[in-house]
Design a protein around this ligand. Structure first.
Ligand code: 16G
Length: 243
């Protein structure tokens, strides 16, 4: 039970109790929580207090609310390694999940000066890019939304490829014989915009990881510039540090 005689707020005590039950596996991912009324009756606390505890846990990504269905224990977050250059498809397969993509658009565009500089495309190359927007799925659930820019002169055939359920890196390596060597990556915290939220199936303004990656081949030439929006409720960044 909760202790009303200590100076720790009741909502916080409830939050700790539920968080521990999740950590210890007593409450499994996907489990439906008792209703607010049941929790308030069980712990003899107000519904406001229960609502505050659950609300914070939703914000922290431990619980998810589904309209008209109730509050559920969230799926655990993926540890996203930071030290290895992997593709989305490889990451998902390593976790035993089926990678997939929903292609939102494939277009040929003139590069903006910033992207042209990033991909080192000079004016003489007409600055044409092939740009594709993809929703990245794991076991059919949306995980990330990616906009990839590749220099058209390097991959003139790419526009006609069916990238649906195909790995871009695999295609570049196997079909174009490319050696993907390294990438520069920057990660920022952001809030999902309405369109991104719809695509990812998360409430608008949810915490997301905004990842920018420029990837280079064996000749040190940039081959892709990618902007990704990864779900903050499903990812945490992970690195092993030595000294
Ligand atoms: C990852 C990369 C992205 C790359 C994609 C290739 C990040 C932040 N981004 O999503 O730059 O284009 O993998 O995935 O990790 P694919 O080979 O499965 O198409």
């Amino acid at each position: 039970m909760l202790n009303k005689n200590i100076p720790i707020p009741l909502y916080y005590q409830l939050k700790e109790k539920l968080s521990n039950a999740i950590l210890q596996g007593e409450l499994q991912p996907g489990a439906l929580l008792p209703s607010e009324r049941e929790l308030s009756d069980h712990y003899a606390i107000s519904r406001m207090t229960v609502r505050q505890a659950l609300g914070e846990m939703v914000k922290e990504g431990l619980l998810v609310r589904e309209q008209g269905k109730g509050t559920f224990v969230a799926e655990p977050k993926f540890n996203q390694g930071l030290l290895k250059l992997t593709s989305f498809s490889e990451d998902m397969r390593n976790r035993g999940l089926k990678p997939d993509s929903r292609i939102l658009s494939v277009t040929v565009q003139e590069a903006t000066p910033a992207v042209a500089a990033e991909l080192r495309i000079g004016a003489e190359m007409n600055r044409q890019l092939i740009v594709f927007e993809r929703v990245r799925l794991a076991d059919n659930k949306p995980m990330a939304y990616e906009t990839s820019h590749l220099p058209l002169h390097r991959f003139p055939e790419l526009e006609n490829e069916t990238l649906h359920s195909t790995s871009l890196y695999k295609l570049l390596e196997e079909k174009y014989g490319l050696v993907i060597r390294y990438a520069r990556q920057a990660i920022e915290v952001g809030l999902s915009r309405p369109t991104e939220s719809d695509i990812l199936g998360i409430p608008s303004g949810s915490a997301v990881l905004l990842i920018e990656r420029t990837t280079f081949d064996a000749d040190d030439e940039p081959i892709e510039y990618v902007k990704s929006v990864y779900r903050g409720d499903r990812y945490k960044l992970y690195a092993e540090l030595y000294r």
